[in-house]
Ligand binder design. Structure first.
Ligand SMILES: [Zn+2]
Length: 53
């Protein structure tokens, strides 16, 4: 998956985190907060799927 600087910039603004905390979700590959203080392996959507209904 390729992420352009523009997309990365937009994602960091949307997620409210610095760009260096962005990374791909381990499940679906979308940009999410992957590093730093509030880091997680999976995005909220994938966590919901993993946790079940
Ligand atoms: Zn995901």
């Amino acid at each position: 998956m390729r992420i352009t600087p523009v997309e990365r910039d937009a994602a960091s603004a949307a997620l409210g985190c610095p760009m260096w905390e962005l990374g791909p979700c381990a499940g679906c590959g979308q940009l999410m907060r992957r590093y730093g203080r509030y880091a997680a392996m999976y995005c909220r959507v994938c966590r919901a799927v993993l946790n079940g209904p």
